[in-house]
Design a protein around this ligand. Structure first.
Ligand SMILES: Cc1cc2nc3c(=O)[nH]c(=O)nc-3n(C[C@H](O)[C@H](O)[C@H](O)COP(=O)(O)O)c2cc1C
Length: 220
């Protein structure tokens, strides 16, 4: 794949408002999109996310009234993903999740687990100063989920699949719906954002962006 093809994919990608309900993304293509989310980078490699794929029509129906930014995307998308981010409970240095990643996923030796845990704690407490604020801790995890979000949308565009990122929802109400379904695992997760995938029904408006000189400042 050359640079022109990659840039073409960036032009192809747009926030698709409505998908063709008759044209479904294959499971193989969607697994490829999810894989690019899974492979995304995260701070310290702690992967503070979960991707909930909402295919059940009843749950989509429940989400519709609290998701003003996805009124057409929820009913028409082939796959509708709610990206969850971990909350402070799961992000403090001595949380089970952090220990599990270091020991069982990264397979670090015990002394490295200890040292990395100390550095991580200092990072939260002193460097970033986020440890005393639950919301900021959660938002820090959310920031990382947006890398996965971007990667999945780009990966989709590269194979001709449309998407729409979604922040147009009432967080409390949407989380309450997921909580009732047992999807927030005792408030260890909150909703970061959502993203819909499918095939467009109509061509988008021309892309509008600031010029490159307006967004890039060179210091040399
Ligand atoms: C974090 C984020 C949240 C967004 N939320 C919504 C949304 O709820 N509904 C929607 O239709 N578009 C949403 N958008 C799409 C933006 O409006 C869109 O990306 C922007 O206008 C640029 O247009 P383009 O993506 O088509 O190039 C969101 C985009 C981002 C990055």
């Amino acid at each position: 794949m050359n640079k022109e093809q990659i840039l073409n994919a960036f032009h192809f990608r747009h926030a698709c408002k409505e998908f063709d309900p008759e044209k479904k993304i294959s499971r193989e293509d969607f697994d490829y999109i999810l894989e690019t989310g899974r492979l995304s980078p995260s701070s310290f490699g702690f992967e503070p996310w979960k991707f909930v794929v909402v295919q059940q029509p009843l749950l989509r129906e429940k989400l519709l009234p609290v998701t003003w930014g996805a009124q057409k995307q929820i009913p028409t998308s082939s796959y509708f993903v709610i990206i969850l981010a971990r909350t402070k409970k799961d992000l403090v240095a001595d949380a089970d999740h952090i220990r599990n990643i270091m020991e069982n996923i990264q397979q670090l030796p015990e002394e490295v687990v200890k040292r990395k845990g100390e550095i991580y704690h200092r990072f939260l407490e002193t460097d970033f100063k986020i440890l005393d604020n639950e919301r900021v801790m959660f938002e820090w995890a959310c920031r990382q989920t947006y890398i996965a979000l971007g990667n999945m949308m780009t990966a989709a565009a590269l194979i001709g699949i449309d998407s729409c990122p979604i922040e147009g929802f009432d967080k409390d109400q949407a989380e309450s719906i997921l909580r009732d379904e047992g999807l927030l695992e005792g408030d260890r997760f909150g909703i970061s954002c959502m993203v819909a995938f499918g095939y467009r029904v109509k061509e988008p408006r021309d892309k509008t962006r600031q010029r490159i000189e307006q967004v890039v400042e060179w210091v040399q």
